[in-house]
Design a protein around this ligand. Structure first.
Ligand SMILES: Cc1ncc(COP(=O)(O)O)c(C=O)c1O
Length: 399
């Protein structure tokens, strides 16, 4: 491959662009993870994470991809043969369900057409039916990265409460944390699973469990075998700022910087930025005359948009044309959506002009790949973003 000048556009829905500040923070000599300096770093990241999860509860950090944190959530809280209620919202929910089955859990999988989120009414009905309370956990993927659909976690919490059922609530926020409003404590989530490589703007390699009191209690009786993933040793060591095994030191430097950046911008502003870019993207898609995969407007994802290509047009061909011509990577269709959609990531370290470059690359790519469409998607997005910036300017002047 010869050198291509300028920055590659990494517009898959994670891993996301790593900001220079984070890259520079990682590019430091590795320190003694048992030395005195380390505890300061450990305390800062462990405390700082609570803000992002909107929790007062402890957050466990694993040197692992998100899949590891999925496993940790299950093996710490459940026993062989336990029933778990899961929702087939897309490819990632399916992988989590397969993992649960492999671990020896009895996963009940509520089907969807992969165009909508987990239905709170179904959760309530299933839990009400379970008079013997044999369902031990409800597992939901907050933002289904394969479809661009965000399930309503607050509404599902209410449904669980309305059923009066004591099941644990486990939620995957791998592509929503630090991009879409998410409240571990307020929504009574018992284990929140997250990863480093999306809204947290880090490279892949760290993953997380935010853990409620109720989940810690459940872990005392949970019988699934666990060793590396066990919470208790980890939480005991974390009290002093250390880890029971070698942590990913340089990624923790990066995490410290990313948490500082999120605080500087303010979580509310981070969420508003993601909402704005998602809305601008949807306006572009509609102007092109293409269809958004998510069928429920109140479940539109703010971190990515999945775009359906017209019947007979291979979405991967469109992606390949865009990669070759404009050096931009878009997300592929996963599982049964292969070839039918492409996914535009608009999460993480991202701004208005990066979005415009992204949408311009898509619009030019549609033309080059021979996809029937109308022009004017970028224009529609520009109008929306410019009007937003205009309103913000007026508000600042008035303040
Ligand atoms: C929602 C969701 N869950 C789980 C995973 C799996 O995480 P990882 O690939 O980091 O193991 C991903 C990966 O993209 C994801 O998007």
């Amino acid at each position: 491959m010869s050198h291509r000048s300028g920055r590659h556009f990494l517009q898959i829905p994670g891993p996301t662009n790593v900001p220079d500040r984070v890259l520079r923070a990682i590019d430091m000599p590795t320190m003694d993870h048992r030395g005195p300096e380390f505890a300061e770093l450990g305390h800062e990241v462990l405390d700082g994470l609570k803000h992002v999860f909107q929790t007062q509860q402890p957050v466990v950090i694993y040197p692992a991809s998100g899949t590891g944190a999925w496993e940790a959530a299950l093996v710490n809280t459940l026993s062989p043969g336990d029933r778990v209620l899961m929702f087939e919202t897309g490819h990632f929910a399916t992988l989590w369900q397969k993992m649960a089955t492999r671990l020896g859990l009895a996963a009940e999988f509520v089907a969807t057409d992969w165009r909508r989120g987990a239905d709170p009414a179904i959760a309530e009905a299933k839990l009400k039916e379970d008079r013997a309370q044999t369902i031990k956990a409800v597992c939901v993927v907050h933002n289904e990265t394969s479809t661009g659909v965000t399930s309503r976690i607050g509404a599902i919490r209410k449904a669980i409460d309305a059923s009066g059922h004591p099941a644990l609530f486990l939620v995957d926020t791998i592509s929503s944390l630090a991009s879409i409003d998410y409240r571990h404590d307020e929504w009574g989530v018992d284990v929140t699973v997250a990863g480093s490589q999306k809204g947290l703007m880090l490279p892949p390699g760290l993953s997380f469990n935010a853990v409620s009191e109720k989940a810690r209690k459940a872990s005392q009786n949970a019988k699934l075998p666990r060793s590396y993933w066990g919470w208790e040793e980890m939480l005991a060591a974390n009290k002093t700022g250390y880890f029971p095994y070698t942590p990913a030191t340089n990624l923790l430097y990066g995490l410290r910087e990313a948490l500082r950046m999120l605080r500087e911008e303010g979580l509310k502003n981070v969420f508003a930025r993601h909402d704005r870019h998602a809305e601008a993207t949807r306006r572009a898609v509609r102007a092109w005359g293409l269809e958004i995969l998510c069928a429920v407007p109140e479940e539109y994802s703010s971190s990515l948009t999945a775009v359906m290509t017209p019947p007979g047009i291979d979405a991967d061909h469109v992606r390949n044309v865009i990669l070759k011509a404009f050096d931009m990577s878009l997300g592929t269709g996963l599982g049964k959506l292969a070839g039918k959609i492409f996914r535009v990531g608009h999460l993480g370290d991202f701004n208005d002009l990066m979005l415009m470059g992204t949408l311009a690359g898509v619009e030019m790519g549609l033309e080059l790949a021979g996809v029937p469409h109308k022009k004017g998607g970028v224009r529609a997005a520009m109008d929306y973003v410019a009007a937003y910036a205009g309103r913000a300017r007026t508000e600042r002047a008035a303040a």
